[in-house]
Design a protein around this ligand. Structure first.
Ligand code: 6R9
Length: 661
């Protein structure tokens, strides 16, 4: 557990409820409250999700908990994810739009299910031709272009495991993930548009390869336009996807039936140590869970146009842009670019153009829209019946703004709490079955058992007003299987704190989410944020130690600590505190070097605005950095207990240095 005590929080002052509009309830997919009782028949309740898929072989066991915490779902079953997302819809929905993609400059492309089928098959044939086989890990480093879902589904079709690295990650971050997953193939693109500029994306792949001890066998290069961008250079290992596809036009590849427990993909995420961890998701359990929750929570019907305004490079996009929506034969919008390019009405212009009626985004985006003001929405004619939020706590005033100005006061607004590791949403209100309450994410989803524990592992009662550790104390099909190549860390990060590690009874195993939460008397959860050294920057998860390990590589830096500062739009931003080497000079130069190191080694989105040079960091007597105290300094809050520090005077000195800047 961390050194930091869980903050004591009281409930929000005025509980207020909003009823879902009757027009919404009348059309909702799930309106029968007995769904909770059905799913509480553990584990059989979850079969209802698996039934929504096509299986080549039906499972013989719903849940195998015999080797905790390696839980297995729908064992004995075999299925293919690409078949479930594409092929099986052809009979009824061949002409239905799967994705309509809008490029930032305004070019667009519609992919009906029939088109998606063709593209996925041809690219799967191409992948096979370059040597990709069932079980191989293929790394993708792609931005928001149709090539991304096509590449994911082509891998899934072959039974290869994809590992998509968010396009905003830099070359070293990409290289780390390729090496960790032992991936032999990399898929990239020449470039893409961001705020009007064509970014030379493939250069990151070139630089990443230079850092690998063991080079990949092949790099497959998609092109943003018909032809390769003139500034893109190719090396001998690069293969143009267009050239491969020309050979495989019209090819089809039989979907490879995978065991339910075979991995479908890896998704790297930040944890409490410097090294990112590859969450491994299985095929049958994960796909069942996201398919079921897309149906019940996002409430998508054949006539709806759904837009999850997030990046496929994060778990939200995997689960609720690609797998969940496609498995439900949804029609979705994909957008390449920035929300403010070429103007601030871009998002609403797209919503109007395609008739989006279900819209999903993050509090960071909503706060930005809020800052731009209501007037930027006015020129556009859109009508949402269903709005959702994900990624960070949504403050009540932000919730209300979303409800009033984006929803027009007559849509449902649903907050959804989950993580890369949970695969799909685990805390949220089913939209037709509960009143909305700003600031609260809601109750556990059907079949999910959540609790809040104190430091000793005792359960805090609903309505106690006390915050504690948010845990999930019963397995669910969407959960990660393990961390890539690191079973020990899987146990350490999620299970070690509250489980009986010697027990082989799954009931003695408790999953720790790493967030703190409060449960109100009505059973609604309010999630307060991370309680470990992980922060949430504009919805991107970043580990303090991940940043620190980059910063200490700067030649003049001896020690570094990173704390989260609250930010009105991004939620949190990293503040860096550094101790310099003796001969180094404190000044603007070293601070800029720190910022640049983070931008180069992780990505621009992680760059710290504030870098403070200090004499020493607040170490405990046992040698741990107390980042909590730095967080208090960054946020100009009073300092909490400093008695366990090696030198209790350090934080005050740092505070003076910060204010002296
Ligand atoms: C889906 C996703 C997970 C962390 C999680 C928590 C924060 C996500 C939230 C939320 C409050 C919500 N988080 N949703 N906090 N309310 N509705 O974001 O996955 O990138 O793995 O981040 O995000 O701190 O632990 P991931």
């Amino acid at each position: 557990m961390t050194d930091d005590p869980v903050p004591i929080e009281t409930r929000l002052s005025e509980p207020e409820y909003y009823r879902p509009p009757p027009s919404f309830v009348g059309q909702a997919n799930v309106t029968d409250p007995t769904v909770f009782d059905e799913f509480d028949q553990f584990p059989e309740g979850f079969e209802a999700y698996a039934e929504r898929l096509d299986w080549d072989e039906r499972w013989d066991t719903v849940f195998d908990g015999s080797d905790p915490p390696y839980f297995r779902w729908f064992t004995g079953g075999r299925l293919n994810a690409a078949h479930n997302c594409v092929d099986r819809h052809l009979e009824e929905y061949a002409e239905k739009t799967a994705f309509v993609w809008e490029g930032e400059p305004g070019d667009c492309r519609r992919l009906a299910y029939q088109d998606l089928y063709r593209e996925v098959n041809e690219f799967a044939a191409a992948l096979r031709a370059v040597g990709v086989e069932e079980g191989d890990v293929v790394t993708l480093h792609l931005p928001m272009v149709p090539a991304l879902p096509i590449s994911m589904l082509a891998c899934a079709r072959l039974g290869a495991v994809h590992s998509e690295v968010f396009g905003g990650f830099s070359a070293p971050a990409l290289a780390d993930r390729i090496a960790d997953a032992d991936s032999r193939h990399l898929i990239t693109i020449d470039g893409y548009y961001r705020r009007g500029e064509f970014l030379q994306h493939k250069r990151k792949a070139d630089d990443a390869r230079e850092q690998l001890d063991d080079d990949v066998d092949a790099v497959l290069v998609w092109t943003r336009e018909d032809d390769l961008h003139p500034a893109t250079e190719l090396t001998e290992r690069d293969v143009l996807v267009g050239d491969l596809l020309a050979v495989h036009r019209g090819d089809s590849v039989d979907p490879v039936p995978r065991a339910s427990t075979d991995p479908l993909f890896l998704m790297y995420t930040s944890g409490t140590t410097g090294k990112p961890k590859g969450a491994q998701h299985g095929t049958g359990g994960y796909l069942s869970y996201v398919t079921g929750t897309t149906h019940s929570l996002f409430d998508i019907h054949p006539t709806d146009t759904y837009w999850c305004f997030a990046d496929i490079g994060w778990i939200t996009g995997h689960s609720y842009i690609v797998y969940g929506p496609l498995a439900n034969a949804a029609s979705s919008v994909l957008y390449e670019g920035a929300p403010d390019h070429p103007h601030r009405g871009r998002v609403w212009e797209i919503a109007e153009k395609y008739g989006v009626d279900i819209f999903h985004t993050s509090p960071t985006a909503i706060r930005l829209f809020m800052r731009w003001g209501e007037s930027h929405l006015e020129p556009y004619d859109f009508d949402f019946k269903h709005l959702t939020s994900v990624g960070e706590p949504i403050q009540p005033e932000v919730w209300r703004w979303y409800y009033d100005h984006v929803g027009g006061g007559d849509s449902v607004v649903i907050d959804t709490w989950w993580q890369t590791e949970t695969g799909g949403v685990v805390l949220s209100n089913l939209p037709a079955l509960a009143d909305m309450k700003p600031g609260y994410v809601g109750r556990p989803m059907p079949g999910i058992s959540a609790a809040i524990l104190d430091d000793d592992g005792a359960e805090l009662e609903a309505g106690s007003g006390q915050a504690g550790y948010l845990v999930l104390d019963r397995p669910w099909p969407g959960m990660l299987q393990t961390l890539q190549g690191d079973d020990e860390r899987y146990i350490e990060e999620y299970w070690a704190d509250f489980s009986d590690l010697d027990s082989d009874d799954w009931r003695d195993w408790v999953y720790k989410a790493g967030d703190s939460a409060v449960e109100a008397a009505d059973g609604y959860f309010r999630v307060l944020g991370r309680i470990d050294d992980v922060m949430n920057v504009a919805g991107h998860r970043l580990g303090s130690m991940e940043l620190e390990s980059v910063i200490v590589e700067v030649p003049d830096v001896a020690e570094a600590a990173v704390a989260a500062r609250d930010h009105p739009e991004k939620g949190q931003v990293p503040d860096a505190y550094v101790v310099l080497r003796e001969d180094a000079e404190a000044g603007a130069e070293v601070r800029e070097a720190v910022r640049e190191a983070v931008a180069t080694d992780i990505g621009k989105f992680a760059r710290p605005d504030h870098v403070t040079v200090v004499d020493s960091l607040p170490y405990t007597r046992s040698g741990k950095i107390m980042r909590r105290l730095l967080g208090e300094i960054s946020n100009e809050r009073p300092l909490s207990d400093t008695t366990t520090l090696e030198d209790p005077a350090v934080p005050e000195r740092i505070r003076e240095q910060v204010s002296g800047e």
